[in-house]
Ligand binder design. Structure first.
Ligand code: ZN
Length: 149
């Protein structure tokens, strides 16, 4: 661990875990613009200019027609919960119980699975509207979740 690494990233100094947060710079990741957009509080993905398919997660090659002519497109501002679960035990490091995980549908026909943060589990319902939340992560990275609107 380097001296400038945030201590809150160390779950337990005696346990080695893989870094769960993707590398997010141009020299490390070919869809790094996705993370640049998150830093602007924009949720984006790629759309194929050849066939119009919207991919999730963002891709450099269309998985429908194999074209590499991709463009960035923004998601709608909100999505709606398709299904959810509330976890009471076995919570991943960095989260507290109860933890709400939801499948979220967007008007662009993309479904995303995500943890809901800053959310009262008693208020979560199928069809509820959720919006993007971007949080800072160690080493100048970001992570994204959703929260009830
Ligand atoms: Zn395509």
């Amino acid at each position: 661990m380097s001296p400038d690494e945030p201590e809150d990233y160390v779950v337990n100094p005696n346990v080695y875990i893989c870094d769960p947060i993707p590398q997010q710079t141009a020299d490390q990741n070919r869809v790094y613009r996705f993370y640049d957009h998150l830093r602007e509080n924009r949720l984006t993905t790629t759309e194929c200019r050849a066939c119009g398919k919207i991919s999730w997660p963002p891709k450099i090659v269309c998985n429908a027609c194999m074209s590499d002519d991709m463009q960035w497109v923004d998601f709608p501002d909100t999505g709606r919960i398709y299904a959810f679960t509330i976890q009471q035990a076995g919570i991943p490091p960095g989260f507290d119980a109860p933890l709400v995980t939801a499948l979220i549908d967007f008007d662009n026909d993309v479904r995303i699975i995500s943890v809901l943060i800053d959310t009262d589990p008693d208020k979560v319902t199928v069809g509820a509207e959720v919006a993007l939340r971007v949080l800072p992560a160690p080493r100048d990275r970001v992570v994204f979740y959703f929260a009830l609107v």
